[in-house]
Design a protein around this ligand. Structure first.
Ligand code: DAK
Length: 260
């Protein structure tokens, strides 16, 4: 499937999705959000794809937020529809069942930062800047930033970012746990691919259950979360992968996971 504003390439079970509107710093217009929806639906169904990397075209930006030119023309009804569509796409990325890695090559602002927050992991180039500048435009975050950001980095720093609108540098983002790793620009995609390869060498079912335990558990009480963990732990014992993993350890060989 080909897209107007996305480039998609799959190699060795890792799909790389590049938002491709570099002239406007990869800003998310309606068409791009629709294409991200179609693209992530297809990636979810594609059994050959076991991890997804998302990045931005060009040197300067990952995604510089929603397309402000287009936003300015929205009626309240269009804004509401846009909100539902955008939130659904980010929820799909968060609940993909496969790990997603944001390779943040430059500005990740507003909706761009929120898209990165919906990914499983975030790796930033030294040139990246991450922020929620909505208040500077008279808006509040609309793609989950007010909810996912404090869950990831804590209430104090999330409020500082959201209320000041000022972005964090890559190093500050690392210090606050907003990104997992910072690398020189030329090492960004190799580093993201390296982490993806490491994850997909493990049992896909165990990886999926772990993501489910953490993502869903964060929205539960500790008792409910521990119950969920026990349930998923039990489910992992029903998989061929678990038998293979234990057998391979005892036979001192590398496991061959079938994803069953
Ligand atoms: N939208 C449209 N065009 C953008 C853009 C954006 N977000 N960001 C940059 N561009 C365009 C610029 O207009 C410029 O176009 P030309 O003038 O060349 O035609 C080109 O990209 C290059 O940008 P600059 O010339 O400004 O480049 P600089 O290096 O000087 O500055 C910058 C880089 C990233 C600091 C600056 O471009 C900037 O501040 N950009 C805007 C950042 C921003 O405020 N983003 C929006 C955040 S608010 C919703 C849910 C979510 C949202 C909205 C609705 N619903 C629920 C309905 C999300 C909102 C946001 O994301």
């Amino acid at each position: 499937m080909s897209y107007e504003n996305l480039l998609v390439e799959t190699r060795e079970h890792i799909a790389t999705v590049t938002v491709n509107r570099p002239k406007v710093l990869n800003a998310l217009n309606r068409k791009t959000v629709e294409e991200l929806d179609a693209c992530f639906r297809a990636l979810q169904q594609d059994e050959d794809v076991r991890a997804v990397i998302i990045t931005g075209a060009g040197e300067k930006a990952f995604i510089a937020g929603a397309d402000i030119k287009e936003l300015a023309t929205y009626s309240p009804q269009e804004a509401k529809e846009c909100s539902f569509r955008g939130q659904a796409v980010l929820n799909r990325i968060e609940n993909l069942g496969k790990p997603s890695i944001a390779a943040i090559n430059g500005y990740a602002l507003g909706g761009g930062c929120e898209l990165a927050l919906a990914c499983t992991l975030r790796i930033a180039s030294q040139a990246a800047r991450l922020g929620q500048p909505e208040v500077k435009l008279g808006m509040t975050p609309g793609y989950g930033g007010s909810q996912r950001l404090p869950r990831l980095i804590g209430k104090g720093m999330a409020l500082q970012m959201i209320l000041s609108g000022d972005p964090l540098s890559a190093e500050e983002s690392l210090r606050w746990g907003l990104v997992n790793q910072v690398v020189p620009p030329e090492e960004l995609l190799p580093a993201a691919e390296g982490i993806a390869r490491k994850i997909i060498a493990n049992s896909p079912l165990a990886v999926q259950y772990c993501m489910e335990a953490v993502e869903q558990g964060l929205n539960m009480s500790i008792e409910q979360g521990l119950f969920l963990e026990s349930t998923l732990f039990g489910m992992s014992f029903a998989t061929e992968d678990m038998r293979e993993g234990a057998r391979a350890f005892l036979e001192k060989r590398a496991p061959r996971f079938a994803g069953r």
